[in-house]
Design a protein. Structure first.
Length: 118
């Protein structure tokens, strides 16, 4: 089992920046791959970014490439999402996700709200 707690959301003007954090606790083996998803009102939850255990394997949604950066600190069991050049369409609840290297288990945090005003 893994527990995930996000923080860092808030209200920011378009063009601004925020850094989200997700602290994980529990079975380290289930933190092999960690990522961020988001869900806007009335829309499906969508993938934002993910990172492997070593930090060298990162993937991004096309909509955030060049603006968002995912990173992790395994000593702190924490994954970050640096969000720059924010746009109103980035407004959503952002969820942290964790999964093991093998198997289909998936763990989710409770989410943190990001609101970008125009």
């Amino acid at each position: 089992q893994v527990q995930l707690v996000e923080s860092g959301g808030g209200l920011v003007q378009a063009g601004g920046s925020l850094r989200l954090s997700c602290v994980a606790s529990g079975r380290t083996s289930s933190m092999y791959r960690m990522g961020w998803f988001r869900q806007a009102p009335g829309k499906e939850r969508e993938f934002v970014a993910a990172i492997g255990w070593t930090g060298g394997d990162t993937t991004y949604a096309d909509s955030v490439k060049g603006r968002f950066t995912i990173s992790r600190d395994n000593a702190k069991n924490t994954v970050y999402l640096q969000m720059n050049s924010l746009k109103p369409e980035d407004t959503a609840v952002y969820y942290c996700n964790s999964s093991p290297r093998f198997g289909t288990a998936n763990y989710w945090g409770q989410g943190t709200q990001v609101t970008v005003s125009s």
